[in-house]
Design a protein around this ligand. Structure first.
Ligand code: AMP
Ligand code: MG
Length: 352
């Protein structure tokens, strides 16, 4: 059976000859490179002209690199680093792309009353998950960093932006990868390729042609069993992103501390273990996966139901038992692969 696998941090996208006796392999031109701290895979399916495909893929990777160039907190020359350095002092000229992205982020912040907040940078810097910490910071430091978070103090307008307090920091870690996936996807579609996959470490966007239609499955990683999958569903076109507490974390005295922080407390958000969001574009999915994760299974599902075009699968844990909830349209096509996981909420589960 001809099968092509795409492995990523959070989702596995499989194209196989499901229900099809043909042993034909689907032609594909693909490349994987590291960018934005993860693996990006770009693939073009069907009969494509190899030189044109390679050239288009290279252009798509250039676009991803350009996004990293302005969005990264690690690059001193990025627009984000300039804004962070000027916090509380100066406005900084920003690109139209960054301005659009910051306005999108603000909308998600407003809808979630700050559960999602790209001004979370002082907190993420303090926790320092990138440097593999072994213990949480002390709570006084968490409290002072928490006071430097607040999307209402981020001003964006007239091609400039400004962070209102010294010490405030932007961190686009929850949304920039989705943005990069979308821009790369547009480059490929703009060059006439119909059957496209852009996978940014599990945040992905796909479109199908008759060659692959009905044959793609997205597999959602099991949040507690490495190498296993929790669920899968068929998916022909659109975007998917997953946020999980198993991506970057450490255990301290038996407690899991992970990289998705609740701006209200300054500590890792406690309600969910994994949130997958499907939607029209990867930017929206990336932002909402993080946002719903912070909101928790109750509020998160309520809000997801109100956002047009998005579907979500929320996995959460109560006393070591995994439960899941999903929006209606996703439930209808979802196959849960963990026989022990129960549809939630469990009896007696307290409303947040
Ligand atoms: P994701 O994997 O898309 O859920 O993004 C997680 C990353 O987003 C973290 O590593 C931080 O860089 C950043 N982040 C953490 N908490 C928040 C939050 N509450 N709102 C926005 N960004 C966050
Ligand atoms: Mg995200």
């Amino acid at each position: 059976m001809g099968r092509i696998l795409h492995l990523a941090t959070t989702c596995l996208l499989v194209i196989g000859s499901f229900g099809c006796s043909s042993r034909q392999r689907i032609p594909v031109v693909e490349q994987t490179r590291t960018a934005m701290g993860t693996f990006f895979t770009i693939a073009l399916y069907g009969r494509v002209e190899p030189a044109a495909a390679e050239e288009a893929i290279a252009a798509a990777f250039d676009t991803i690199q350009a996004v990293e160039g302005w969005a990264s907190t690690k690059l001193p020359g990025s627009e984000i680093s300039a804004l962070n350095r000027a916090a509380g002092r100066d406005t900084v000229a920003i690109s139209a792309d960054l301005s659009t992205l910051l306005n999108l982020a603000r909308q998600v912040s407003e809808t979630t009353h700050g559960a999602f907040d790209v001004t979370v940078g002082a907190l993420t810097t303090l926790w320092g998950f990138e440097d593999s910490p072994q213990a949480p910071p002390d709570s006084a430091a968490v409290d002072s960093a928490r006071r430097l978070v607040g999307y209402s103090r981020l001003w964006v307008g007239d091609g400039r932006a400004y962070l209102g307090k010294p010490g405030m920091r932007l961190d686009l870690g929850a949304i920039a990868k989705g943005w990069a996936v979308d821009r790369a996807f547009e480059v490929l579609r703009g060059r006439g390729f119909a059957d496209v996959l852009v996978d940014g470490g599990g945040d992905l966007r796909v479109s199908s042609s008759p060659v692959t239609a009905g044959r793609r499955r997205v597999w959602v990683r099991h949040p507690r069993r490495a190498g296993e999958y929790f669920a899968r569903f068929p998916y022909d076109s659109g975007a998917v992103a997953t946020s999980g507490d198993y991506e970057r974390y450490f255990l301290h005295n038996g407690v899991r501390f992970h990289h998705i922080l609740d701006p209200q407390t300054g500590w890792p958000a406690r309600g969910c273990v994994s949130v997958t969001v499907l939607g029209p574009d990867a930017t929206l999915c990336d932002a909402w996966a993080t946002a719903i994760f912070v909101l928790g299974p109750e509020k998160g599902l309520e809000i997801a139901k109100q956002i047009p075009d998005i579907e979500t699968l929320i996995v959460f844990e109560v006393n070591g038992q995994l439960f899941w909830r999903a929006t209606e349209r996703l439930s209808a096509m979802l196959e849960i692969l963990d026989p022990e996981a129960q549809p939630g909420p469990p009896a007696g589960f307290l409303r947040e």
